[in-house]
Design a protein around this ligand. Structure first.
Ligand SMILES: Nc1ncnc2c1ncn2[C@@H]1O[C@H](COP(=O)(O)OP(=O)(O)OP(=O)(O)O)[C@@H](O)[C@H]1O
Ligand SMILES: [Mg+2]
Length: 432
C-alpha cells in the first residue's frame, strides 16, 4: 500500500520523514516540549509554524482514535484536535513502519509530570485531581466511556487559579448514547487505581512531597466526581424562595465551568422539584443565543448572565411556554422595567446590560438576608444604595457606546468594547 494520508488536506505533510521510524526523526523537525509517559512512541514535530504531535500505532487503532477525537470535538468535549492519519509507511528498504496518528499540539498544556518539576503550590495535586474529575464528568455527560482514565492520559492548562484538563488519549474509549451507572463506576474505579499508581511512581522518583498520601488522592477523585455528578444531574426540592435556589444552583454550576442548557421545574405537593441539564457550549454561544431570542447584542459574559436570568424566569413563570415567547415576556416584565427604573440622571453611569447584571448581583446579595426579593425591589435598592457611588461612564442608555470612557477601571475596558446597543423592534428603543 502506498503512503496514505487521511484527514488533513495539506500536501506539505508528505514532506515529513515518514520513511524513518519516529524514534529516529531528525532533531531539526522536532520540537522539544514536555511529554507524558506512553507505551507508543510520541514526538512533537514543527510543521508550518505550528506543532503537531505524532504517535506511532497500528493503522486501525490510529483511524479509530482519529474518528473518536473528531466526534468528541464535534460534541464540544475538551480534547486534543486530530489532524491526520498516516498509513502505508515503509522504510527505504521497503519494510513496513507503523501508522501514525497526528494531532495538533495543545498549546500551553502540560503533562502532569512536568508540573512536578516546577515550583508547586501545596494544593497543586488536589487541583489536578479536581480538573480531571471535571473532565471525566464532562465526558460522561456526553456518553463517552474513557476506559483508561489517568493523569497521564490528560493534559493540563492553567486556568486562573485552577487547571483545566483535556483528554489526550482516546484509544480505549467508546461513545454511547448515554452511560449506565456501571460504566461510569468502572471509569471512576480505573481513575482511582491509575492515580494511586501514578502517585507511587512519583514517590519512587522522589518527586512527591512526603506529606502526600497516594491513597487519599484516589479517594479524592471519587469524591469530587460524585459531588459534581450529583450537582449536575440530581433533583432537588425547594419549599420557598425558589428563585434564589435556582439562581444559586446555576451560579454554582457556572463556577464549575458548566453552562445550563435546560432547567425543568415541576410543582410537587411538598415543594418545587428542579432538575438541570448541563451542557458544554462554544465561545460566543451566549451572545448569539441572546441576540436571537431578544435582539440584545451584548458581551459574552453579560449574555451568559442575562440568559441565566431568562432561563430561570421561564422555568419559574412560564415552564410550558415556547422559548421565544418566554424571552419576549422576560424583556417586557424584567429587563425593560429594570433598566427604565434607573433615573435619567444616572443613565450615563453604566450600559444597560451591565446595569441589569449588577441589579441581579444586588438581588442576590439582598436575597441572602430575605427571601423572595422581586426585581422592582432589587432595582430600587440598587438605585438608592449602589448606583450613586458609581463613577460616570461614557455609555449612555439607549445610545451606541460613546468614544471616551474615563470611568471605573473595573468596567471601563469592557464598556468600551461593547457593540452598539440594540433592542428588538417589538420592544422599542429605550428613551432617555
Ligand atoms: N496533541 C497533543 N498535545 C500535547 N501533548 C500530546 C499530544 N498528543 C500526545 N501528547 C503527549 O504524549 C503523551 C502520550 O500520548 P498518548 O497517551 O496518546 O500515548 P499512548 O502510548 O497511547 O499512551 P498509553 O501508554 O496510555 O497507551 C501524552 O501524555 C502527552 O503528554
Ligand atoms: Mg496514554
Amino acid at each position: 500500500m502506498p503512503l496514505k494520508i487521511t484527514g488533513a488536506v495539506d500536501p506539505e505533510l508528505l514532506d515529513l520523514p515518514w520513511s524513518v521510524p519516529l524514534e529516529t526523526w531528525p532533531e531539526d523537525t522536532l520540537a522539544a516540549l514536555p511529554r507524558g509517559i506512553s507505551r507508543h512512541v510520541v514526538r512533537f514535530v514543527r510543521f508550518r509554524g505550528r506543532v503537531l504531535a505524532v504517535k506511532e500505532t497500528v493503522g486501525p487503532m490510529a483511524q479509530r482514535e482519529f474518528t473518536m477525537l473528531k466526534d468528541l470535538g464535534r460534541m464540544g468535549a475538551p480534547c486534543v484536535v486530530p489532524f491526520a492519519v498516516v498509513d502505508g509507511r515503509r522504510d527505504k528498504d521497503g519494510n513496513e513502519l507503523p501508522a501514525a496518528l497526528v494531532t495538533e499540539h495543545l498549546q500551553f498544556s502540560l503533562p502532569y509530570r512536568a508540573l512536578f518539576s516546577q515550583a508547586l503550590r501545596d494544593d497543586t495535586l488536589d487541583r489536578l485531581i479536581d480538573a480531571l474529575a471535571v473532565l471525566l464528568v464532562r465526558l460522561h455527560l456526553l456518553g463517552f466511556y474513557w476506559g483508561d482514565v489517568s493523569l497521564s492520559n490528560a493534559l493540563f492548562r492553567r486556568d486562573a487559579e485552577a487547571f483545566s484538563a483535556y483528554l489526550v488519549d482516546a484509544e480505549t474509549g467508546d461513545i454511547h448514547a448515554s452511560l449506565t451507572a456501571g460504566q461510569r463506576n468502572y471509569d471512576i474505579e480505573l481513575a482511582c487505581t491509575n492515580i494511586i499508581g501514578e502517585m507511587f511512581d512519583l514517590q519512587a522518583a522522589e518527586e512527591l512531597d512526603d506529606a502526600v498520601e497516594p491513597l487519599d488522592l484516589g479517594d479524592r477523585i471519587k469524591e469530587r466526581y460524585c459531588d459534581l455528578w450529583s450537582t449536575l444531574t440530581g433533583k432537588e426540592t425547594f419549599h420557598d424562595n425558589v428563585r434564589y435556589h435556582v439562581a444559586e444552583r446555576v451560579k454554582a454550576l457556572n463556577e464549575l465551568g458548566f453552562d445550563v442548557a435546560e432547567l425543568d421545574m415541576t410543582q410537587t405537593s411538598d415543594g418545587s422539584e428542579l432538575s438541570i441539564h448541563p451542557k458544554v457550549v462554544d465561545a460566543g454561544h451566549h451572545s448569539r443565543r441572546l441576540l436571537r431570542l431578544t435582539g440584545l447584542d451584548v458581551q459574552e459574559n453579560q449574555a451568559r448572565r442575562l440568559l441565566n436570568d431568562l432561563d430561570e424566569f421561564r422555568a419559574v413563570t412560564f415552564p410550558d411556554e415556547e422559548e421565544t415567547l418566554a424571552a419576549h415576556e422576560w424583556l417586557a416584565r424584567n429587563f425593560e422595567p429594570t433598566v427604565r427604573a434607573v433615573p435619567k440622571e444616572f443613565r450615563r453611569k453604566l450600559e444597560p446590560a451591565q446595569v441589569y447584571h449588577e441589579v441581579l448581583d444586588h438581588r442576590w446579595f439582598l436575597a441572602e438576608k430575605r427571601s423572595n426579593i422581586t426585581m422592582p425591589e432589587a432595582v430600587a435598592s440598587y438605585v438608592k444604595h449602589v448606583l450613586p457611588a458609581r463613577p460616570d461612564e461614557a455609555a449612555v442608555l439607549g445610545h451606541a457606546i460613546g468614544t471616551s470612557a474615563e470611568g471605573d477601571p473595573e468596567t471601563s475596558t469592557e464598556t468600551r468594547s461593547i457593540p452598539a446597543w440594540q433592542l428588538p423592534p417589538t420592544v422599542g428603543r429605550l428613551r432617555d
